[in-house]
Write a protein that binds this ligand. Sequence first.
Ligand code: AR6
Length: 176
Amino acid sequence: MRITIMTGDITKQDTDAIVNAANSSLLGGGGVDGAIHRAAGPELLAYCRELRTTTLRDGLPVGKAVATPAGRLPATWVIHTVGPNWHQGQREPRLLASCFRESLDAAVAVGAESVSFPAISAGIYGWDPAEVARIAVEVLTEDNPAWQDIQEVRLVLFNDHLRRTFEDAYRRKVNG
Ligand code: AR6
């Protein structure tokens, strides 16, 4: 799995899947969630609403992920995951690690070979971006045979400062 760290807008990525930092309702919000729904068009919300009336009546729990088609986006799939909310006391690293892990599992399940991630929980949900970067890199460098068909993971950060934070975390990880 090749890991690319870049500055950019995740809604523009042409990877097979992009990950949405959603909330449990799956019915949209601000930040990257709002941007993804705006760019994808109403079809994406319709898929999410359908999940809420069928398999996810109580919403998507923190740390879980679910895939839907991506509407008008260049990607084929949107993988919605719910990061932990620091402001609500959800501060365990394993919850955020689970978002990255379950998103890759969901990508494999739909046959996606390339996946773009945003900095889950590093915005409205209030996590320290350096901690998000550390956890993301930790999971993405795991040698997990279940993810062997994934060729590329793109970490798509909204500004250069955040990109550097992720690059530093990656460098620290690979250099031991
Ligand atoms: N492309 C890439 N990254 C982006 C984009 C974009 N188009 N837009 C924002 N970001 P956030 P969270 C970055 O707040 O902290 C929503 O209301 C942003 O700069 O989107 O997990 C949901 O519905 C930040 O670095 O997600 C939830 O209620 C990162 O994406 C809640 O926010 C994540 O910030 C989730 O909060």
